[in-house]
Design a protein around this ligand. Sequence first.
Ligand SMILES: [Zn+2]
Length: 132
Amino acid sequence: MIEVTIVALAAVAVLAYVLVPLRSGPRQDVPLTSIRVEDAEEKKRSALTALIDIEEERDIGKLSEGDFNALRTEYEAEAFHALVELDALEASPGGDGDLEDEISALRSKMTCSSCGALRPPGKACERCGAPA
Ligand SMILES: [Zn+2]
């Protein structure tokens, strides 16, 4: 009977040895870059989601035009910084439908028509000085 116990214990030990690194391993080895990409993606996503939300709230009259404009400037700046960060990290865009459309709309709005550099919405281009 004791042999069965030993075999069972050995099996458990082997299983634990195999399973534990699988469960805890990958997160520990995530390169810093992908953590920063995830972080920037999250910032971009939440800023864009907020932009969509305030548009809806303005449409149903929950936000005044003035409040909407103030919030939009703020969220666009957040989205812009996240986009710049993602560009710097050379992240490939992850696709999910409507939000990606919003992102490309925002990106084209934030792209300088003269030199193609990303620039804050409503501001002159920092690279070539073209007016907003
Ligand atoms: Zn420019």
